[in-house]
Design a binder for this molecule. Structure first.
Ligand code: ATP
Ligand code: MG
Length: 487
């Protein structure tokens, strides 16, 4: 037992008080005596006594009430009451006030010391228990905090060192974090951007467009071009409860590879053209320089047919190369329905040959386009050509031309074999031919790639809607010329 524990006696002056003092000092307790409330509070506040012993009446006030108040302030302080006499009433009041016990006359010093010791022991016990519990809770909280701190910093390290750009935004599109790669891509190196609206921080026009489109629930993937020639593929992903994340992969090397491939194809196609012209020319001359037998004539015709096919392919490839390189800059005011009629006139023979029922629905007053008329014809030719090619004999083709919100909508629908859903986004790729028709029909798979390049070059959109075996509908939307631009 700690001999230096301080016992506070709050009692009016009396012989009993002095007896208590002596008895406690005799067993090595320190004793402080107070006779009024001021003294009591002072010692309690400044000296933290180990136990308070208070008279039933203290300085004219009710000792139990005073004890109760002190327990509110010091809930673990053991308090004993010295009652004037032992009554059940007093005992009850003491229990309900939560005191540790009480003493009453005739007071024996042993009883006093015993009570004090017991109360102190119980208080120590309670104190120990509370401390243990607090320690347990604190250490488990600390552990948890340590874990989440460790996880957080691990996550931060991973994101910071990832070779892809990562930007995390809150629901209002304010920047929550941006890793090294993203920062350096947008040249934001050391700038403090946390909490700022991302569209204020990043001025890249492609990025701004991505944010606008992401808002409309549109694109997920978007190409970001940078002035230094780098190209990133950005992906926008909403994160419930946080906001959204944008990840960016540097695809510059893929773009360079694609460019090299295109250049190669372009060069080869170009170099093939002259020998092909020569082959075709001589094949035509063969017939003129002397009589051929029937078989020789057939062979020569086959040579001519094949060379024409290769020439068409080479021309398509060269066209695509020019379109993709952005060389197609010729722009005139074009009335699309005139181009359509011209195309239909040329393809009429094929339509008749297959007994196809072709209907047209052309709205009146279609506004003009600012376009290259040759390209527009090429686009229409390819779409109508496909419809004729893939629609069976006696089939149906419907063509419509409408305007809506200063956009021209060209639609061509047929009741042919349609396109499998999974392949619908592939048919605009170069050389792609859908599996359901690849065997039964001929083609190189370049037509729609040309259509797409032309539509892109004219700031339009093209897409297909189709159900397998129920036909296909191709849509092209092109911006009409604004009235004031109309010359
Ligand atoms: P070509 O280069 O000679 O035009 P192609 O017609 O095969 O060859 P695209 O015009 O690019 O190539 O068309 C790509 C693919 O899209 C076609 O092979 C076909 O599978 C599908 N397709 C296009 N139009 C239709 C259509 N109207 N109905 C069904 N499938 C179509
Ligand atoms: Mg085609």
């Amino acid at each position: 037992m700690a001999a230096s524990e301080l016992i506070l006696l709050a009692m009016d002056e009396s012989q009993i008080l002095r007896l208590m003092e002596r008895a406690l000092r005799a067993v090595d307790y320190e004793v402080a005596i107070v006779h009024d409330m001021g003294g009591l509070e002072k010692v309690l506040d400044e000296s933290s006594p180990a136990l308070l012993l208070i008279g039933e009446t203290f300085h004219g006030e009710n000792g139990i009430e005073i004890a109760k108040k002190q327990l509110d302030r010091f809930p673990t302080l053991p308090i004993l009451l010295y009652a004037e006499k032992d009554t059940t009433g007093t005992a009850k009041a003491i229990v309900s006030a939560g005191l540790s016990g009480y003493l009453y006359p005739p007071l024996k010093t042993d009883d006093l010391v015993d009570s004090v010791k017991r109360s102190l022991a119980r208080a120590r016990h309670l104190g120990d228990w509370i401390r243990r519990e607090v320690r347990k809770t604190t250490s488990s909280l600390e552990r948890r905090a340590e874990i989440s701190e460790a996880e957080k910093s691990r996550l931060e390290t991973i994101i910071a060192n990832i070779e892809d750009g990562v930007i995390v935004l809150d629901e209002q599109k304010n920047t929550l974090m941006m890793n090294r790669v993203a920062r350096s891509a947008f040249s934001l190196d050391e700038l403090d951007i946390t909490g700022k609206p991302v569209v204020d921080v990043i001025s890249n026009t492609d990025f701004q467009a991505l944010m606008t489109k992401a808002d409309d629930g549109g694109v997920k993937y978007y190409e970001l071009n940078f002035d230094d020639g780098r190209v990133f593929n950005a992906q926008h992903t909403p994160i419930p409860g946080i906001g959204s994340a944008i990840t960016m992969q540097d695809i510059s090397y893929l773009k360079r590879l694609d460019q090299m491939k295109n250049d190669f194809v372009h060069t080869v196609s170009h170099d093939l053209r002259s020998p092909l012209t020569a082959v075709l020319g001589y094949a035509e001359l063969v017939e003129r320089v002397g009589p051929l037998n029937e078989q020789q004539t057939e062979f020569v015709h086959r040579i001519q047919g094949s060379v024409q096919n290769i020439t068409a392919l080479v021309n398509d490839l060269l066209d695509l190369g020019r379109l993709e390189a952005g060389f197609d800059t010729r722009r005139e005011t074009v009335q699309i329905e005139n181009v359509l009629q011209y195309s239909l006139g040329l393809l009429d023979a094929l339509v008749r040959q297959k007994n196809i029922h072709l209907t047209q629905e052309i709205a009146r007053n279609i506004p003009p386009l600012r376009a290259n008329p040759i390209r527009i014809r090429q686009m229409i030719d390819n779409l109508i050509g496909n419809a004729i090619k893939y629609t069976p004999e006696e089939g149906e083709i419907r063509i419509s031309l409408q305007t809506e919100d200063r956009q021209i909508i060209f639609q061509i629908s047929d009741n042919g074999p349609g396109i499998p859903l999974a392949e619908q986004n592939l048919i605009f790729d170069k050389f792609y031919r859908a599996t359901n028709v690849a065997e039964s029909s001929r083609g190189t798979g370049l037509g729609l790639a040309i259509v797409k390049s032309i539509v892109d070059a004219h700031h339009g959109r093209v897409w297909v809607e189709s159900k397998l075996n129920q036909g296909a509908s191709f849509f092209v939307v092109l911006p009409a010329l604004a009235p004031q631009e109309n010359q």
